[in-house]
Design a protein around this ligand. Structure first.
Ligand SMILES: *Cc1c(COP(=O)(O)O)cnc(C)c1O
Length: 468
């Protein structure tokens, strides 16, 4: 039998609300959240007690108050924490779609903060005191850097492909090689997008080989466009053949139909100088004659999520008049951060230095070795019983870019004398700023390529929290 008189040892809501600690919490979280949470907590205690658990209340009112205040602080901190939160990417996959793809440059963030927090000339022509267009802000710098006649920016590259097809090829056939009917992470499938845009997919060639005559044979009076899709997240090896974009383009010109290229990742610098295999840049594709090119803002470009469409003015003008453009339109934060990111490419050295995605991708093995050495020293110095070894491994580009390309790195491999490797991996995800790491050969892998110096401080905090 529980002794109901013990309930009197619980403080009343009024007693509780008079505590200094509560006043402190109210200045942080506001009166409403604290009052509601305090009521919930007290009622919880009573219910548990009445259900037979008399350990939830002690005979000392002061002690009960202290316990309640402590629990309240924790409950409120969990309740008010945003669902979308910072995490540390220790996986070495630079463009990790699940972890938010590209990180914006601090230089970009500065401009973004100014624009996001106030009024701007988003759709206002300041010089003439008239209405302006939100798309004008980006066009100049995109034209300057890519040589395109015109540009348009929408929500993401999937939206870009949809808009291009909906505008140029509705109710017509779009010719695509069977080797390029790709699915990109997050259920973007080229055949489905073609269907959704109200045109008909005309598949040509085979999975491993497509020839120019395959395209030529497919062209008829109902052909709306020839489309080439970058096979950005897989590689077909062995007995393969595909037709270079410029040949498909020449064929399209001969028949007076548009040639569209979905590039996936939009390169504005040639990364073959940094150990990557050659991939055409946006400039290359336009120079080869493509009428319309689409690419993502948050893949290798290193900006915010966006879909960028560049190409012939007559086609882009038609897209601007499409109602879908209104549906897929980008907000001022995207325009601000995309313009600022692309502007950094005016100087390649500046882009490589200040755009985190490019920084991480072009970090040499020697640089990762130096970083791994430095981080290992700090972690060992914590005296938490970690055994740390440096190992050679490969980081990944990710984000459906550069399939099969591996970046040579030096990484850290850890074991703990207190926790198993799977416990370590799990607990690292449960701290205030979660650290997402991998396990290989029963050791915890920290790939330092994706852990900036600033982020490493959080890694240190996490290890201290789970091991001391
Ligand atoms: C990634 C990718 C897409 C989708 O781009 P999002 O910006 O993620 O919508 C479309 N096509 C190709 C070839 C891609 O690589």
């Amino acid at each position: 039998m529980i002794d109901k008189s013990k309930l009197a040892c619980l403080p009343s809501i009024n007693d509780l609300m008079k505590q200094d600690k509560i006043k402190e919490l109210i200045t942080i979280h506001g009166q409403d959240v604290i009052t509601t949470s305090a009521r919930e907590l007290l009622s919880d205690k009573r219910q548990h007690f009445l259900a037979g658990d008399d350990t939830v209340i002690s005979n000392n009112k002061q002690e009960n108050t202290a316990v309640l205040l402590n629990e309240l602080e924790k409950a409120v901190s969990i309740k008010t924490k945003p669902s979308l939160q910072k995490v540390i990417n220790a996986t070495g996959t630079v463009l990790h779609t699940n972890l938010g793809r590209s990180n914006l440059s601090p230089l970009v963030m500065e401009h973004l903060t100014t624009i996001a927090g106030g009024y701007s000339n988003l759709e206002y022509d300041v010089a003439n005191g008239k209405r302006g267009s939100r798309y004008d802000h980006l066009i100049e710098v995109v034209r300057e850097l890519t040589g395109a006649e015109d540009a348009l920016v929408v929500n993401n590259n999937a939206a870009a492909v949809l808009l291009v097809l909906d505008t140029l090829t509705k109710e017509k056939e779009v010719v695509v090689s069977r080797g390029e009917l790709v699915e990109i992470g997050g259920s973007f499938r080229i055949p489905s997008v073609i269907e959704a845009s109200g045109c008909y997919l005309k598949e040509v060639g085979t999975t491993n080989k497509t020839h120019l005559y395959d395209y030529e044979d497919a062209i008829n009076e109902n052909t709306g466009a020839l489309l080439k899709v970058h096979t950005s997240n897989f590689k077909v090896v062995g007995f393969t053949d595909s037709v270079p974009g410029y040949d498909v383009c020449d064929l399209a010109k001969k028949h007076d139909i548009p040639y569209i290229e979905d590039l996936g990742s939009g390169l504005l610098v040639d990364l073959s100088k940094y150990g990557f295999s050659y991939e055409p840049t946006v400039m290359d594709v336009l120079q080869n004659g493509a009428d319309v090119v689409t690419f993502s803002g948050d893949k290798i470009l290193g900006g915010p999520q966006a879909g960028i469409i560049v190409g012939k003015k007559e086609y882009i003008d038609r897209m601007k008049r499409n109602q879908l453009t209104r549906v897929l339109r980008v907000d001022k934060m995207v325009i601000a951060s995309l313009e600022a990111t692309i502007s950094l490419y005016r100087d390649q050295k500046q882009a490589l230095e200040h755009i985190p995605t490019l920084q991480m991708l072009t970090m040499t093995k020697e640089e990762s070795d130096a970083r791994a050495t430095e981080y290992a020293k700090v972690l060992e110095g914590l005296g938490l019983g970690l055994t740390i070894t440096k190992k050679e491994a490969f980081s990944q580009v990710g984000g459906g870019s550069y399939p099969g390309e591996e970046i040579p790195s030096v990484i850290l491999s850890l074991t703990s004398d207190k926790l198993s490797t799977s416990q370590l991996e799990e607990k690292l995800r449960q701290v205030d700023v979660p650290v997402v790491a991998r396990i290989k050969d029963n050791e915890l892998i920290l790939d330092v390529r994706t852990i900036s110096e600033a982020d490493f401080n959080y890694v240190v905090t996490a290890f201290k929290e789970i091991l001391s």
